[in-house]
Design a protein. Structure first.
Length: 356
């Protein structure tokens, strides 16, 4: 249990610092729960500076929850293109439809109801409820976990259920009765700008006099590190196939990684196979045609959560055969200047940019 006086002083110090030091962000100028919800989903796994232009474009295209619910999925994915983790965009659209159908176009204002929305977990629910509805509900993201671990010298990193439970309880204990949304944002802001994972700026921290790790000089030990999972390396070939001035693209299946996005055909390089041999084989197996590989366009390295891809991209020409694609929803021949209208995975987008 945190002493009441310490807790009160901590709350005052943090809120005063936030009022002085908070960064300008478009979603901080509103209490609209829809806009706050959109910003919180976009900010997952993504830096603020990257999110701002996406948020502004999104709000311009889908200013209300109804406009998002009624939007075509391909348009939603196109606006999301480049942010990654496309399931977030699909869940936003599904959740918007649920809000329209079951909650009369109003974002739910209770923890139980809001967590029925696809893609809304306890953290996102807490952020929306505290910021938009001024509910006394905690948040717990990576930044907040780090602050709480150092502030109270907790050997917790949230890697286990019991560790998560301790951190959530602590986050709830330190919440003030008023300005809970500002307080939660202040914690996240402090973790993003001052209480950094390495080399924390303790001299500039408004909580340094309350931070037990700082007082003991062992901030670097908190939170304890999580074991790092080795990311798998994958080598892939892709072909930009031309026919009569148009380029072949195909839409990925509805299930699996990057579902519904468009891509250039190709596949994983097998052991002992060259990138060119791989591409010719994949096109033969997947499309039932023969191609001529003309030249290499580029090599792209891209990291996903659990694996890293090296993509070898070749300019190709269709030699013979009629396309019978077996591993996609649909396929098209399109003008190069129209490629930008289709939602592509981040790695493929670099190809599109070079062709448009």
């Amino acid at each position: 249990m945190i002493p009441a006086k310490k807790n009160k002083n901590l709350q005052i110090s943090l809120l005063e610092w936030y009022d002085r030091a908070k960064r300008e962000m478009p979603w901080r100028k509103t209490r609209d729960p829809y806009l706050i919800w959109i910003s919180e989903i976009m900010l997952q796994q993504t830096q603020v500076k990257t999110v701002i232009p996406y948020f502004e474009r999104w709000v311009s295209a889908f200013p209300t929850v109804r406009s998002l619910a009624e939007a075509d999925e391909s348009r939603v994915l196109k606006l999301w293109e480049g942010l990654g983790y496309y399931s977030r965009a699909r869940n936003l659209r599904k959740a918007a439809q649920l809000v329209v159908d079951q909650f009369d176009c109003k974002i739910p204002n209770t923890l139980k109801e809001i967590m029925t929305l696809p893609g809304v977990g306890r953290y996102t629910a807490g952020a929306i409820l505290s910021i938009a509805y001024k509910k006394k509900v905690p948040v717990l993201d990576g930044n907040v976990k780090r602050i709480l671990s150092r502030l109270f010298r907790l050997a917790e990193n949230g890697a286990s259920t019991s560790s998560q439970k301790i951190l959530w309880k602590t986050a709830e204990e330190i919440l003030p009765e008023e300005r809970t949304g500002d307080f939660n944002q202040a914690l996240m802001e402090l973790g993003a700008t001052v209480c950094l994972p390495s080399k924390p700026g303790c001299l500039f921290c408004p909580l340094q006099t309350y931070c037990e790790a700082k007082l003991n000089g062992d901030q670097h030990l908190y939170p304890p590190s999580k074991p790092k999972a080795l990311s798998k390396k994958i080598e892939v070939s892709a072909g930009v196939i031309w026919r009569g001035g148009k380029i072949y693209i195909q839409q990925r299946l509805k299930d699996g990684l990057m579902a519904d996005l468009w891509e250039f055909p190709g596949g994983k390089i097998e052991p002992g196979e060259s990138p060119e041999e791989c591409l010719a084989r994949e096109i033969r197996e997947e499309l039932g045609v023969e191609i001529q590989i003309q030249n290499k366009l580029m090599t792209i390295k891209h990291s996903y959560t659990q694996f890293r891809v090296t993509l070898h991209v070749y300019k190709c020409r269709l030699l013979k055969g009629k396309i019978k694609a077996v591993s996609c929803q649909q396929w098209k021949w399109v003008d190069s200047n129209l490629l930008s209208q289709f939602p592509f995975p981040a790695a493929n987008k670099r190809i599109v940019d070079s062709l448009s």
